[in-house]
Ligand binder design. Structure first.
Ligand SMILES: Cc1cc2nc3c(=O)[nH]c(=O)nc-3n(C[C@H](O)[C@H](O)[C@H](O)COP(=O)(O)OP(=O)(O)OC[C@H]3O[C@@H](n4cnc5c(N)ncnc54)[C@H](O)[C@@H]3O)c2cc1C
Ligand code: SF4
Length: 512
């Protein structure tokens, strides 16, 4: 710690400035006006107290060596900082932008002051490293004669592939989509994560020797058992893509879509790729069911597409703005956070459940609309298209999580409804048919602590095994899975394994 009084001299955090809302909702570029080294970066980094027990590191699933890189940022030693950071994180340009910063909630300074800016330091280090040309391909010095197929190119698959390629194995990544990146490419919107950052990283990986095959769906274009017979090991990194549905009356009406039918096309259009579902929010009353991060991404996307209005429904009450007693430091508390999309518009409605979708005048007439002006300008559609959503207030219940409040039913006008209430498990239909791996009770691919499935030589990493989670967990799983595969192939490994498969966060952040 260079300045033992750093945190006493600077007591506040300095967040990155965002572009004015009126400007940024007209494009798909990063919402931030600033990136990289700022005049305040080093004094902010000097707030790190270099604690004897750095709890921040226990918060980060990657085990990022946070106090050390904070101090290197303070000293502007960019090459050293990059070398330190890249020993634990393959893609800091991603986590430095979109990680919910589990570490910052575990920062010791956070007990009595705003925590240090760990995530931003991470981002500054990697941005500086790319700008100063420190990021080079690291091809292996010696190739083994072992081959590995990685199925899925999200953060888990990519981290696993990069580690195994650098260890000398011949690695091929198969991706059914038209571009590499998984949810980093086609889930998280461009205004939160510019896809050019992924292209740059993929180029580095190609230069190291990783091979990529896009537009290839394993289970359809190549069968899982055929793939297994062609490679010495297979890593299943297919994500958790089966969405949770809202099985309420009227679900069959048109205009009701899952968030992941809506979001990818927005990014496809930005990059001139043909949309798949071709859904747009333009000139529509949009209702988003589910107030998590995916709901927020749907909000920012709908606003940019020119929605008439957007309502986001959350069944849970609004989160508290400071830690409740049952979520003490250093756990990750579920606190109210205004996302950049929430600043751009839309209305959040909390403690509200969905009763049924509305699609005809008769149904509309049946509904109690007392105290509601929401039906003004609301025209029923005779073609089976959704025109509204009947909702009701809820309160914490005695016999279950929520009780509906009689007399609070009302209809929200809706000609586009986006369901964003989470994901159930991976789509394992072809996998289980062709290469019968065991599943766990939730439908995820079962594995032991070393990421091995019930099939010899078949491993699983990321959301496919853990369930829908976060990029930082996926990278951590990919790294640990690579160590397990390397050990399986060669008998030992020097690759790092930051977590075991059963490791869980201290507390889960917001739901998706
Ligand atoms: C809308 C949205 C926003 C999110 N925002 C954030 C955020 O801001 N911060 C954060 O930390 N996390 C966020 N997450 C969660 C995060 O993106 C995931 O936890 C993470 O991407 C999981 O990584 P993965 O590698 O396990 O799987 P994925 O990223 O889901 O990648 C799996 C890949 O496998 C491919 N695939 C599947 N089956 C096959 C097959 N049979 N053959 C070939 N390819 C196949 C898929 O096409 C996909 O590309 C978000 C999730 C969503 C849905
Ligand atoms: S990856 Fe996330 S949790 Fe880890 S140091 Fe970076 S911001 Fe913090």
């Amino acid at each position: 710690m260079g300045d033992p009084r750093g945190f006493l001299k600077v007591r506040t955090r300095q967040e990155l400035a965002e572009r004015p809302v009126a400007e940024r909702i007209k494009d798909w570029l990063d919402v931030h006006a600033e990136s990289g080294l700022q005049p305040w970066t080093t004094e902010q980094a000097a707030r790190c107290m270099d604690c004897g027990t750095p709890f921040c590191m226990t918060g980060c699933p990657l085990g990022n060596i946070i106090p050390e890189f904070n101090d290197l940022v303070r000293q502007e030693k960019w090459e050293d900082a990059y070398n330190r950071l890249s020993t634990t994180n393959n893609f800091p340009e991603v986590t430095g932008r979109i990680c919910p910063a589990l570490c910052e909630q575990a920062c010791v300074l956070g007990i009595h002051q705003p925590p240090t800016m760990i995530k931003n330091d991470e981002c500054t280090i990697i941005d500086q490293a790319w700008d100063l040309d420190y990021v080079k391909p690291l091809p292996p010095q010696r190739l083994t004669d072992q081959t590995v197929a990685v199925v899925g190119s999200g953060p888990a698959g990519l981290a696993c592939a990069q580690q195994l390629t650098r260890a000398g194995h011949t690695v091929v990544v198969y991706e059914r989509d038209d571009a590499i990146g998984g949810l980093m490419r086609y889930g998280i919107p461009n205004f939160k994560l510019d896809k050019r950052l992924l292209d740059r990283r993929v180029k580095q990986m190609e230069a190291e020797g990783t091979r990529f095959r896009t537009g290839v769906e394993i289970g359809k274009d190549i069968s899982w058992d055929d793939l297994r017979s062609r490679y010495d090991a297979v890593v299943v990194a297919i994500g958790s893509t089966v969405p949770r549905d809202m099985k309420i009356p009227g679900r069959e009406l048109q205009g009701i879509h899952f968030a992941m039918e809506f979001l990818p096309d927005a990014t496809r259009r930005v990059y001139g790729v043909k949309p798949v579902h071709d859904i747009t929010a333009k000139d529509k009353h949009v209702v988003i069911i589910g107030g998590g991060d995916t709901g927020s991404d749907c909000l920012g996307t709908s606003i940019r597409q020119g929605a008439k209005d957007v309502t986001v429904l959350q069944i849970m009450p609004k989160e508290p703005s400071s830690r409740p007693d049952n979520q003490p430091w250093p756990t990750f508390a579920r606190l109210y956070q205004k996302t950049s999309s929430m600043e751009e518009g839309g209305t959040y409605v909390y403690s509200t459940d969905s009763v049924n979708f509305v699609g005809s005048e008769e149904e509309q007439a049946k509904v109690h609309v007392e105290n509601s002006t929401a039906t003004e300008g609301f025209v029923a559609d005779e073609n089976g298209h959704v025109t509204g959503l009947k909702v009701v207030d809820v309160a914490p219940g005695e016999n279950g999580p929520f009780t509906r409040q009689p007399g609070t039913e009302r209809i929200l006008p809706a000609d586009l409804v986006l369901i964003s209430v989470g994901f159930l498990h991976p789509d394992t239909t072809t996998l289980v048919d062709q290469l019968p791996v065991e599943l766990d009770g939730r439908g995820n691919v079962a594995r032991n602590d070393k990421f091995a499935t019930s099939q010899d030589g078949v491993f699983v990493a990321g959301d496919a095994g853990r369930g829908q989670s976060l990029v930082v967990w996926a990278i951590s799983e990919g790294r640990s899975c690579a160590a397990a595969v390397d050990e399986y192939l060669t008998g030992n490994t020097e690759l790092p394994a930051p977590i075991v498969a059963s490791q869980r966060p201290m507390a889960l952040p917001r739901t998706r």
